[in-house]
Design a binder for this molecule. Structure first.
Ligand code: SF4
Length: 406
């Protein structure tokens, strides 16, 4: 029996697609292995969102090319669609598959039945973006807009739940563009009469409608109290240069409204620091803005030029050292935000799903660790997880009793 190994880089959509590839290979009677040097076929499902993502992929390709057992190496994903990286020239002996669906198209259902090595399943409901934020390479490499038909989404959720997945994360490249409306889909999902919950992944501010907010409010069991709304900058001048479609004023007003309705929501976001032309004044505006907003935490991305995007041609690039300093400063604010959010949750009871031997994830995106002598400083929270094994599958209630140092 031939053996295969899949290495995934990047986002949840890529991880979902790797699962499709994996299920197709298993249907073809191939056996999955956990180490590349044991495989006859290696698939690299790549990402090109940042320069670091490119670097990482190339590093693994170089390593795989030196494996003594000479496996067949297949490269697919966003890096092969990036016209500014001539991956063929760099790796002439690697098989390149530009159209990833060729690796799973025979699986006519285009749905997965499980999610290897994970307790939560990601479910791709949408693909493609044509918003062309000036820094983003994604619309250049994933420009075909596609939505999974509603009936397929509902069926896939039912199957995943029946196969033991209690949390389904709705993912896509730009899920607010879901054909037929995301809130209409979510409403139908909440009517599935099974015990599970969904988490909505990254969503643009302007694509959150009143119906969705109301659904989150009224469906405490089925929809996680968590929204990830990318901000990117707290400076109006920079937002304009980024081609983002809101101002800080509209962002703040909408967030305040959402938080009034959903006070226990975990609100997370993305910030890009060091965008071309970002001055100390713009950076300060961002810092002041994010301090004001009730974020539970944020991801900080250091701006990196993506050739072919508008921003890569902008002048006034911020020096790398300066970007590093600004990122450090933002991290300090993030750590205060995280601590405040965790402290706010001490004494509350939340619904959680298991995500590892001793860890669980609450509906409001707190990773909790089973109470013991050992503290997990990274996640920084202690709690009372039920010890009864039976209660550790599915969704169960925990009480958050304290936080540790972060
Ligand atoms: S950042 Fe902008 S362009 Fe990039 S995927 Fe998101 S919405 Fe699309």
């Amino acid at each position: 029996m031939k053996k295969y190994y899949v290495h995934t880089f990047g986002c949840k959509v890529n991880q979902y697609e790797s699962q499709l590839i994996s299920e197709k290979f298993r249907n073809d009677n191939l056996e999955q292995v956990q180490k590349p040097d044991e495989a006859d076929i290696i698939v690299f499902n790549s990402c090109t969102v940042t320069a670091d993502a490119d670097k990482e992929c190339k590093y693994f390709l170089r390593k795989a090319a030196k494996l003594p057992n000479k496996p067949r190496i297949i490269l697919t994903g966003c890096i092969v669609k990036n016209k500014n990286i001539n991956i063929r020239n760099l790796f002439p002996n690697i098989e390149i598959i530009t159209d990833k669906t060729k690796l799973f198209i025979e699986n006519q259902k285009q749905t997965i039945s499980g999610f290897d090595k994970r307790s939560r399943a990601f479910l791709k409901i949408q693909d493609g973006c044509n918003s062309f934020c000036s820094y983003c390479i994604v619309p250049h490499v994933r420009n075909t807009i596609w939505s999974k038909p509603e009936n397929k989404v509902l069926l896939e959720i039912e199957n995943l739940v029946k196969n033991g997945y209690s949390e389904i994360v709705l993912t896509g490249i730009h899920i607010g563009k879901y054909d037929g409306g995301l809130s209409n889909l979510v409403e139908k999902i909440t009517r599935i009469p099974l015990d599970f919950r969904i988490r909505i992944s990254s969503l643009e501010l302007n694509e959150i409608d009143d119906k969705l907010i109301d659904l989150i409010k009224t469906n405490t069991e089925k929809i996680c109290r968590h929204l990830h709304i990318p901000l990117q900058s707290g400076s109006n001048e920079i937002l304009k240069q980024m081609n983002r479609k809101y101002s800080t004023k509209t962002f703040e007003e909408k967030i305040n409204k959402i938080m009034r309705i959903l006070p226990d929501l975990a609100l997370t976001t993305d910030i890009i620091t060091g965008f071309p032309g970002e001055t100390e004044k713009h950076h300060k505006e961002t810092c002041d803005f994010i301090k004001r907003i009730l974020f539970a935490r944020f991801h900080i991305f250091r701006y990196s030029d993506r050739q072919g995007t508008k921003a890569s041609a902008f002048k006034n690039k911020v020096p790398t050292n300066e970007i590093k300093n600004r990122a450090k400063h933002l991290l300090e604010i993030d750590s205060v935000k995280r601590r405040d959010f965790l402290n706010k949750n001490v004494g509350t009871k939340r619904k959680a799903v298991k995500i590892g031997k001793d860890k669980a994830l609450t509906d409001n995106y707190i990773i909790v660790k089973r109470q013991s002598e050992v503290w997990d400083a990274k996640y920084g929270i202690k709690n009372k997880l039920p010890v009864d094994e039976k209660r550790q599958s599915g969704i169960f209630e925990i009480e958050i009793t304290g936080t540790s140092e972060i």
